[in-house]
Design a protein around this ligand. Structure first.
Ligand code: BGC
Length: 755
């Protein structure tokens, strides 16, 4: 099946930023936006960024009123360096798309090779036609390697070319003071500590102002033919590698640029590591890494591809989305997945609940090692989460930050930030799903149970009993247009689930050994767990008798309904046009909230209640958040509304590729990408993983001929193929296993396929 995306690009101001995002190269560690090598014209939209996952500085975030416990500083992902600038002159005339006539301009993303390619052919002002081809790769095998191969063809002339390849550490972060989803202040928080040039290789070490981190970037070049070359120090923190060469008509000249990153989070001597790694990669040569990249991706697709026959556009978009999840996700346990991956500076590189509720499910089912690394990151920030809980007045437990890089709460506006306590339930949910899908009790023993216990302790401290039952007051649910409410349905379901599972897992540990050590380490015992079980049983879940639906919270249905039909089109997303308090006073939702609860905690309600609620919330949801349509798709499919399931999936799959939210220039929407996966696997195929095992309830969308996907379940690799008349299950690898399909248990053995 095709996994190559090709775009012919007519350049305009807007398309440029989107293209930089869509074709960025990343590997979970580094990310480089696909900017024009020669630089974009001043008036064009551009964000010339290169990022390292988890590399940040701390900057002040002054609150106008210094109320107790408010966050006064935040972590922000830094733009590290510019290694992508390469300028070309032909007989003294610059290669400049604004000045010449563009004859061809394409970008290609090859998701099997793991590379992007730009081809631009220009008739320059003096009539000479020059074509550049630029291949880029962020290596999955060697995470700190970024490779560029820049080729020049003198199409219709012989002449002198000069290539200037830059290494610039004098960079700033992007800013947009008019958009709350971006940083308001332009940062230049890296200062040059040390530079070094050796054998025409350049090394620049920079350090952050406040977080105490440093990073060394190193650059080396390799030429396809001999040429005159010189490395020039062009500024305090910048180098230029200048090449001159005479090209005959039709001749192609290629310069390969090896860029290495070494940061002090992962390395002790950053310069030493950079020098060693640069030597290694130059010795191994580019082909070695291209081959390794292909092999890596072969394994990736082998475990995780979703093949859709009968709708090529959705198939390709799905592949694109899964590929972006791979590009975005931290794999070393030291970092996580930013809301925009490593593709841009939207949300400042912060990690949200997006990871656990939208992205992790894909990895848990296809690549549990990555899921484990992402959960281990959460485990490692437990000390900061405990600190956060204390600031919020909790005597015990850990409250995970709503948005963070290194563990500290970074949300400046607590009503739609810190108040989203559901993040505790989301992380607990992800731990439980990981356990149910893998059976990895060792992880639970060492890390998982502690996360469950500490998050549950906060529920116990936050909640109280009243005549309604156990209630959770003054929290914000997922819907950010309704803040600071009592008994948000989603939050209460999530807390209930977490509390129940904390006690269940404790019992499992008791049966399987290791609980004594846990008791001692975490000062826990039967008494505490009994109080949790009791609170879970007594958890209040709002229900409205008159409408027969679950209100989003205690007061939700008392508010007037926002007139969505009468709201001008240009007033969306509402958050950019209305004061938050205006929005809070209406029944209007930014995103799925109660509907998400129906996907995750479906046993709490009857189908009728879910159906009525679905219809109710659908009318008042704007989907201003990209985390919304995918959830509406999943729940529609589960409730048997197949057409809606398909239509909402359609909205989700094209969100970035067609820039439907008009902010793809700031970065991809990773949560939505994970949501697309769930819409097919959990929605169309009805996949559920529970204590009883794996079950499926598939349907085939009308226009599709078939779809298939692969998942890992308890050390098995399974393939599920859904066709018109039949569902075929294949045990690709591992021991026989029983799976429930349409309510029937089927035993899947290696020898036989099950239909
Ligand atoms: C959504 C949040 C999400 C955040 C980052 C916001 O617009 O409302 O649910 O976590 O974006 O993606």
């Amino acid at each position: 099946m095709n996994r190559i995306i090709e775009r012919k690009i007519t350049f305009d101001e807007k398309a440029n930023g989107v293209c930089e995002t869509l074709f960025h190269n990343a590997n979970g560690y580094i990310g480089v936006r696909n900017c024009l090598e020669e630089g974009a014209p001043d008036t064009w939209d551009t964000m010339r960024g290169t990022y390292i996952n988890g590399f940040y500085d701390v900057i002040p975030m002054k609150q106008a009123e210094a109320l107790c416990g408010l966050v006064e500083e935040k972590e922000t992902m830094l733009n590290i360096v510019d290694i992508q600038t390469i300028m070309l002159n032909v007989d003294g005339v610059p290669f400049d798309m604004e000045k010449g006539t563009v004859l061809k301009n394409t970008r290609i993303l090859d998701m099997d090779a793991g590379t992007t390619t730009r081809v631009t052919r220009l008739r320059m002002t003096d009539g000479k036609e020059t074509e550049i081809t630029v291949k880029r790769m962020a290596s999955f095998g060697q995470l700190n390697l970024f490779l560029m191969e820049y080729s020049v063809c003198a199409c219709n002339y012989s002449g002198d070319i000069e290539i200037t390849s830059c290494h610039i550490a004098d960079v700033r972060n992007y800013t947009n003071p008019n958009d709350p989803r971006l940083a308001a202040e332009s940062l230049k928080n890296l200062s040059v500590q040390e530079t070094l040039e050796d054998k025409e290789q350049s090394f620049i070490t920079c350090k952050t102002q406040n977080s105490g981190l440093s990073v060394c970037t190193a650059v080396a070049h390799e030429l396809s033919q001999e040429a005159e070359s010189e490395l020039v120090k062009s500024g305090e923190g910048s180098y230029e590698y200048v090449l001159s060469k005479t090209l005959e008509q039709g001749e192609v000249f290629t310069v390969t640029k090896y860029c290495i990153f070494a940061d002090s989070i992962r390395n002790t001597g950053v310069l030493r590591t950079a020098r060693n790694d640069l030597d290694t990669v130059v010795n191994n040569g580019k082909d070695y890494y291209y081959e390794a990249q292909k092999r890596y991706l072969e394994t990736f697709w082998n475990h995780s591809e979703v093949v859709i026959c009968g709708d090529d556009a959705v198939h390709l978009a799905m592949s694109y989305n899964l590929y972006q999840l791979l590009q975005s996700s931290g794999k070393d346990g030291r970092c996580n997945v930013a809301a925009k991956g490593l593709s841009g500076e939207g949300y400042e590189g912060h990690y949200f609940w997006d990871t656990e509720m939208f992205i992790l499910p894909f990895f848990t089912l296809t690549n549990p090692q990555v899921a484990k690394a992402l959960l281990s990151y959460r485990y490692d920030i437990l000390p900061a989460a405990r600190e956060n809980a204390k600031i919020l007045g909790h005597k015990k437990g850990a409250l995970f930050p709503w948005r963070t890089i290194n563990g500290k709460e970074c949300s400046g506006y607590f009503p739609s930030g810190t108040a989203q306590y559901h993040i505790n339930g989301d992380i607990a949910y992800a731990v439980i799903s990981y356990y149910l899908t893998t059976g990895d009790l060792d992880f639970i023993r060492k890390k998982g149970f502690e996360i469950l216990l500490e998050t549950s302790r906060v529920w116990m401290d936050l909640g109280n009993y009243c005549k309604k039952g156990f209630v959770l007051n003054d929290v914000t649910g997922p819907d950010e247009y309704t803040c600071m409410v009592n008994n948000n349905y989603y939050t209460n379901c999530s807390a209930k689930y977490g509390l129940h599972w904390t006690t269940k897992i404790y019992r499992i540990l008791k049966e399987n050994g290791g609980v004594e050590e846990i008791n001692a380490r975490l000062s826990v015992g039967d008494d505490e767990l009994q109080t949790m079980e009791k609170a879970a049983d007594a958890m209040f879940l709002p229900y409205d008798e008159t409408l027969g639906i679950n209100p989003q919270d205690d007061s939700f249905l008392e508010k007037p309904i926002w007139d969505l039909a009468g709201t001008p089109k240009e007033h969306f997303p509402l958050l950019l046009h209305y004061h938050p308090l205006t929005l809070y006073r209406y029944q209007v939702c930014k995103q799925a909230d109660t509907i998400l609860a129906y996907f995750l905690f479906e046993k709490e309600q009857s189908r009728d209640v879910m159906q009525r609620s679905y219809e109710y919330y659908e009318k008042i949801t704007t989907h201003d958040s990209s985390l919304s349509t995918c959830v509406f798709s999943i729940v529609a499919s589960r409730l048997g509304m197949q057409k809606k399931g398909i239509d909402y999936l359609g909205d989700s799959t094209k969100l970035d590729l067609e820039n439907t939210h008009e902010n793809t220039k700031d970065g991809i929407h990773t949560a939505n990408m994970g949501g697309c996966y769930m819409a097919v696997v959990n929605g169309f195929a009805g996949l559920r993983v529970t204590q009883e095992g794996l079950s499926l309830h598939p349907f085939l969308p009308e226009k599709w001929e078939s779809y298939s996907f692969r998942i890992c379940f308890h050390d098995r690799l399974l393939k599920i193929l859904v066709e018109k008349e039949q569902v075929t299950l294949v045990l690709v690898d591992g021991e026989q296993i029983s799976i429930n399909v349409y309510g029937q248990n089927v035993l899947l053995t290696k020898e036989q396929k099950r239909q």
